[in-house]
Design a protein around this ligand. Structure first.
Ligand SMILES: [Mg+2]
Ligand SMILES: [Zn+2]
Length: 208
């Protein structure tokens, strides 16, 4: 199996696979704290299936500090994650494994993105997989930072009007691609290999 893989794709979860949860009363935006709050973006199950069919193994790397912050329980977070997995795999794709950091920033753990331990754990699942054809896909600065540190390609998922792009460039972070959604990423990936024969790592924008 491994020999037929082009690479692995490590997905951030919230904001890529599932929507963030907005609490209008408190004006907060957070990860789903309970399975009932899970809402995956339309097109995600088929996009994952298509990406897998192109020869990539799928993993998740996600920071989930809400239980450590006392906002919910670890059990609720695990149930929410199980719900996200079930819904996102509903078109037949397999997310091989999820790597989750349960800590808060102040816990100074080894795993919280932008640190790279979660991504390294995913890479270790497929020994010998080439880094330069593997991707970190995320909607956060920390996702791009972690992916870039390891020499992965990076896809920054977010709207064209990009609040975070100034921060990215200030931090010398240069996503390989800046794309609106995971669904569009799967389309982008189909032609990406053909366009990368020039071997440049310049930022590419694909909106259509
Ligand atoms: Mg995210
Ligand atoms: Zn951690």
């Amino acid at each position: 199996m491994t020999s037929t893989l082009k690479g692995i794709i490590i997905l951030d979860r919230d904001g890529v696979i599932n929507e963030m949860v907005i609490d209008p009363e408190f004006g907060t935006i957070d990860s789903p704290l309970h399975p009932s709050q899970v809402k995956i973006f339309p097109g995600v199950p088929t996009a994952l299936k298509a990406i897998e069919a192109m020869g990539y193994a799928l993993f998740i790397a996600s920071n989930q500090p809400a239980a450590a912050k006392g906002k919910t329980t670890r059990k609720n977070l695990e149930a929410a994650h199980a719900e996200i997995l079930a819904q996102s795999q509903s078109a037949g794709a397999t997310i091989r494994k999820s790597f989750i950091c349960w800590h808060r920033a102040e816990d100074a753990c080894e795993c919280r993105k932008p640190r790279v331990a979660l991504l390294q754990s995913a890479l270790e699942q497929v020994p010998g997989i080439p880094l330069q054809t593997s991707w970190m896909v995320g909607d956060g600065i920390v996702d791009i930072a972690a992916g870039q540190t390891l020499g992965l390609r990076t896809a920054f998922i977010g709207p064209k009007k990009c609040d975070q792009c100034a921060i990215l460039s200030r931090q010398q972070l240069h996503p390989t691609a800046h794309i609106a959604s995971l669904e569009e990423f799967s389309e982008f990936l189909k032609t990406f290999a053909l366009r990368t024969n020039d071997a440049t790592r310049k930022s590419t924008t694909a909106w259509n």
